[in-house]
Design a protein around this ligand. Structure first.
Ligand code: ADP
Length: 441
């Protein structure tokens, strides 16, 4: 600091000496002052001009010039700042390079998108999973390269869904799972993974279960027949009769399990087209339901409210299964003193809802998402041994297959309401009348 001011003090002293000299020689101090001041200002202006040119050229260290005054200090400060900035830039570049190398080494395709879904960056696996090439595709909109409507709807959906499954744009035999992760308002990361092997394995497993269940049906029918024949025998001891009852009960359970497994594999097989399926009469459905509930001693607490002239387009056995599973669960999981309300009703948009409401123990919020998984069994029902954990999985898949929405609302300790909303294109009403029935013992 001292050095600068000594340089500036020298410059002022020289200016004073010039002023004195010119003043003595000319005798006109005013003109002498003007000339000295002009020379001093021109010298300062020249230094600032050089500084401005140096900054404009990019403050290169090799082009910096020597100035021992305050301009020199500015130059030194700027050079120091540039050095620190360059060091930081190098460090960030190194981190970025390492990150890119690491992300490129990932087996999953990773794509960085801006807020208009333009590709900012992508790694190598993005080439063989999503057909994106770097650097050729950088800056292009993703929708111009991958024209999958499901993917675009998922990317533009403000409600961030978990992930979606799509076909690879390069090979329709490859299924990829795509997940979007928002980094901030402006950028998001798309992660795509090849899940064809998992899909294949799932398919093989499903086929195996369906085939095994199918193969088990015939021997079981034979066992069942022989058990019935034995029942008619008169010479069976008391303990023999007991064993026979147990064997019949277990065979019955096995039959139900096999039927559930077969129904589940049938329900999962494909999606129904809107005009596919038979016209199923809701009145007939009610008759079947009443018949199926005959085995329950406490069936009188079931209150049915079914429309009379409603037809539903779909698969009869699957719609029946939706009804019976939900009503049986309501009976199984609530005590005999609590009513069960079973209703079909129309919504304002011509959709029809099937709902079953009980006053049972209810389901904890965190359990609701799990109970539709196959084989999931939570709370024990009153009929301890019954239940395969497949009932709600069948309901969920049957609803999906019919384009219906399966919804569960539960209040632990108070009860649950299970509802399936069928789209209007599946419902046909012909002068509706509501029939209310309370089952008798
Ligand atoms: P299962 O009844 O054979 O166990 P489900 O798939 O029908 O299988 O049901 C799965 C689980 O959901 C049950 O084990 C039970 O914990 C829960 N659940 C189903 N319906 C009800 C209900 N109405 N009230 C309380 N819990 C229920």
């Amino acid at each position: 600091m001292l050095n600068i001011w000594s340089t500036e003090a020298w410059a002022l002293s020289i200016a004073a000496a010039v002023l004195a000299l010119l003043g003595f020689i000319s005798g006109n101090w005013f003109v002498a002052s003007l000339i000295t001041l002009g020379i001093y200002i021109a010298w300062l202006y020249l230094r600032l001009l050089k500084l401005e040119q140096w900054i404009r050229k990019g403050t290169r260290a090799s082009e910096a010039y020597v100035d021992n005054g305050f301009v020199g200090i500015i130059i030194r400060q700027l050079r120091q700042q540039k050095k620190t900035h360059n060091q930081r830039k190098d460090r960030t570049k190194k981190i970025l390079r390492r990150m890119k190398q690491n992300i490129s080494a990932l087996p999953d395709a990773t794509v960085l998108l801006d807020d208009e879904l333009r590709i900012e960056w992508c790694n190598d696996p993005a080439r063989y999973l999503l057909n994106l090439r770097s650097p050729q595709d950088l800056g292009n909109k993703l929708k111009n390269i991958i024209r999958d409507p499901a993917l675009l709807a998922y990317l533009e959906d403000p409600l961030e869904r978990e992930s979606i499954e799509i076909e690879s744009p390069l090979d329709s035999n490859i299924t990829i799972q795509v997940k979007k992760v928002s980094l901030d308002d402006k950028q998001s990361l798309l992660i795509a993974r090849n899940i064809s092997d998992q899909k294949q394995l799932q398919k093989s497993l499903k086929n195996f279960v369906a085939n095994a269940s199918h193969e088990l049906r015939s021997p079981l029918t034979v066992i069942w027949g022989h058990l019935e024949m034995l029942e008619d025998e008169i010479n069976i001891s008391k303990s023999g009769q007991r064993s026979l009852q147990i064997a019949q009960h277990q065979a019955e359970r096995m039959k139900e399990l096999i039927e559930d497994l077969l129904l589940l594999s049938q329900v999962e097989s494909y999606h129904l087209a809107p005009d596919e399926g038979d016209w199923v009469s809701i009145s007939e459905l009610k008759t079947n339901l009443i018949e199926a509930l005959e085995k329950y001693d406490d069936r009188s607490r079931v209150h049915l409210e079914f429309p009379e002239h409603l037809l539903l387009r779909g698969i009869n056995v699957e719609i029946h299964s939706i009804c019976i599973n939900l009503v049986e669960n309501a009976i199984k999981y609530s005590t005999p003193d609590k009513p069960v309300a079973v209703k079909w009703f129309e919504k304002s948009n011509a959709e029809f809802v099937f709902s079953v409401e009980d006053q049972g123990p209810g389901i904890a919020q965190e359990e609701i998402s799990k109970i539709t998984n196959r084989y999931y069994r939570g709370r024990k029902s009153r009929a301890e041994a019954s239940g395969s954990g497949l009932g709600l999985a069948i309901v969920q898949h049957a609803a999906n297959k019919h384009g219906a929405l399966f919804n569960i609302v539960s209040n632990p300790g108070k009860g649950s309401c299970f509802s399936v909303t069928f789209p209007s294109y599946r419902c046909f009403r012909d002068d509706l009348k509501i029939d209310t029935t309370v089952l008798t013992d």
